[in-house]
Design a protein around this ligand. Structure first.
Ligand code: SRM
Ligand code: SF4
Length: 564
């Protein structure tokens, strides 16, 4: 590929001296709330996004003021595993620097919004004091590694978590830039002597995502990941993993050569081969991913362009591992499990619903204060889930009533707020912080669910779980293309409606209605609920029903999705 065909981001990475850029200088400049343009790309590798408040963007422009810049900071939390003392640290940071709010993400991590430049370095340092970091939470590298937080099969889940942490560590950039810039670490003489053994000087062509899953729950949405590891358990022991590759959600409205895609199963590997195979997948994408077009740079396009068989043999050559035939697996759902569950060590775990992942105090529902109170009392663990929820983990029999009382006291227990539809909902952040949002999501979905719940109640379907996910644009941050009802922002108040995805995240939805407003969405969905109530088979899910009855086609491959 000629140098000139590379994207601008490739040039920025190459010139960044292993992710240093001019970030240090930019942080010192008091004349603007922003950092240099090129540094807005470099900072992503440190988990930091420059944003501006879109609610007041035009007003600021009218007043000839620079946009109201602030920063989103994302922590890296493999498997979403936090001690409650780490949570207390995160809570403190939210109250000091970040609008009294913590946002749980769809990848088991947390984000802060609204951190102004003068507080950026202090915030990152405090995250490190809380014994967490933000390295590689964003950027063209491997992101937060997901691992199922469900405790039902405890010993297996604990072992999978260890694999997730080891893989996260293995795929971490080795540059010391983060420590130099944010933690005043000693400067190394020359970034030229520094080596990125896996990534090389320009890192990956695009972001890269990995998740482990333990069937039958597909809570991590394994098929949406660049690389997925489906745990194979025999006689209570992990014997290996089925490896999937080439999942991804992002697309662009109207551009038919962009599409969501579900991963292909490459085959089975033993646990000892995991790191070598993962590294081979990463380096193959590093060497063959498209660096000339960021909309065609994810692993899913590398695989579609070259073929799964080519990809498998490249991984085998690079890793020295030969894939065995995939072992059988089956999934039942891609949502979370709520309420109390007991594990094999007799500890209790409470799956707590957090609508839109937003942890803050709103009216009677005081999530930030409630979780602070629980963390202060319960010297143990919280697990962040892949569906923006939180599990209060490892609760003893004697502490259980105390936690229950606190959940009630702060108005945050599940049954107080949530129908099955709501419990199976996700919304991306969108306005006011996301620079790419075309429509509302987190701020709007709750009220749409009120209306859909009323329609479901009318059909005596109120207790039927249906997955619903909304995003403010087609990038797919809440994985809407694998929800039975997917709503993808197209413009203010307008969405493309996708229907018919599999309840277990194993089939994509099909576009059903384009550029629709709320009334138009309700107009089509309500009669479909009625049809579902009248003629569904026993135990049939809404998405399966819509495909079986021909309301939407069975989408066999993402590249056939065109939303106009
Ligand atoms: Fe995402 C970009 C938020 C999970 C696909 N995502 C963004 C940015 C950073 C906007 C930007 O680039 O300026 C959003 C910041 C909004 C804000 O104000 O906070 C953003 N993404 C999120 C989060 C916070 C959504 C949420 O509500 O929880 C999730 C953070 C996860 C984490 O902890 O790391 C988040 N993003 C996802 C997922 C789901 C997943 O990973 O399982 C996807 C779809 C899977 C995938 O990657 O294909 C996703 N985000 C994207 C894309 C489209 C990528 C593509 O291949 O086309 C973008 C845009 C981009 O990369 O250019 C994007
Ligand atoms: Fe922003 Fe779009 Fe992601 Fe929503 S889906 S957070 S609007 S990039």
């Amino acid at each position: 590929m000629s140098e000139s065909s590379l994207t601008e981001v490739e040039d920025i990475k190459a010139a960044s001296r292993h992710l240093r850029g001019t970030l240090e200088e930019g942080l010192q400049d008091p004349l603007t709330g922003a950092i240099a343009d090129a540094d807005t790309q470099v900072s992503k590798f440190h988990g930091i996004y420059q944003q501006d408040d879109r609610d007041i963007r035009s007003e600021r422009k009218r007043q000839k003021l620079e946009p109201a810049y602030s920063f989103m900071i994302r922590a890296r939390i493999p498997g979403g595993l936090l001690t409650t003392s780490q949570w207390l640290g995160l809570d403190d940071i939210a109250k000091t620097y970040a609008n009294q709010s913590i946002r749980l993400t769809t990848r088991q991590a947390i984000q802060y919004h609204g951190v102004v430049k003068r507080n950026l370095k202090k915030t990152v340092a405090d995250i490190n004091h809380a014994t967490l970091d933000t390295i590689a939470a964003c950027g063209d590298v491997n992101r937060n590694v997901m691992s199922p937080p469900l405790p039902a099969l405890s010993s297996v889940h604990r072992e999978v978590q260890n694999h997730a942490e080891a893989l996260s560590e293995h795929l971490m950039p080795k540059s010391r830039a983060y420590h130099e810039i944010w933690l005043d670490g000693e400067k190394i003489e020359s970034s030229k002597t520094e080596v990125e053994p896996i990534y090389g000087d320009t890192y990956l062509p695009r972001k890269f995502k990995v998740a482990f899953v333990v069937p039958p729950q597909n809570d991590v949405d394994v098929f949406s990941q660049d690389m997925g590891l489906i745990t194979v358990v025999q006689d209570g022991r992990i014997v290996g993993f089925n490896v999937t590759v080439g999942g991804g959600m992002g697309m662009t409205h109207g551009e038919t050569d962009t599409y969501p895609r579900l991963g292909d199963v490459l085959g089975f590997i033993k646990p000892d081969d995991l790191l070598a195979v993962a590294e081979a997948v990463v380096t193959t994408q590093r060497d063959y991913g498209d660096r000339s077009n960021r909309k065609h740079a994810r692993l899913k396009y590398t695989i579609d362009d070259r073929g799964v068989d080519w990809f498998r043999s490249e991984i085998e050559t690079r890793s020295g591992v030969v894939f065995a035939a995939a072992e059988k697996f089956a999934f039942v759902a891609n949502g979370d499990v709520y309420g109390w569950q007991k594990d094999d060590t007799a500890a209790w775990h409470y799956g707590l619903f957090v609508e839109g992942g937003r942890v803050s105090d709103v009216g009677e529902r005081r999530l930030l204060s409630g979780l602070h109170a629980i963390a202060a009392l319960h010297n143990s663990e919280f697990r962040l889930t892949p569906n923006q929820n939180l599990i209060i983990s490892k609760v003893t029999e004697s502490d259980k009533p105390i936690i229950e009382a606190l959940l009630r006291q702060y108005g945050i227990e599940n049954n107080a707020q949530a129908s099955p539809l709501r419990l199976n909902s996700m919304a991306c952040v969108a306005f006011p912080t996301c620079g790419l949002a075309m429509a509302e999501s987190e701020r709007y979905l709750p009220s749409l669910i009120d209306k859909l719940d009323a329609a479901l109640t009318k059909q005596a379907l109120a207790d039927k779980p249906i997955t619903i996910r909304m995003t403010g644009c087609p990038n797919g941050c809440a994985r809407p293309y694998i929800a039975e009802i997917g709503l993808v922002g197209k413009g203010p108040g307008r969405y493309t409606l996708f229907l018919g995805a599999g309840f277990a995240g194993d089939r994509l939805g099909a576009p059903y209605l384009d550029n629709a407003n709320e009334a138009e969405i309700l107009d089509v969905v309500e009669p479909l609920f009625a049809k579902f109530a009248a003629s569904r088979a026993v135990g049939e899910h809404f998405g399966d029903f819509l495909v079986r009855t021909g309301v939407v086609p069975n989408v066999s491959e993402g590249k056939h999705i065109h939303d106009g």
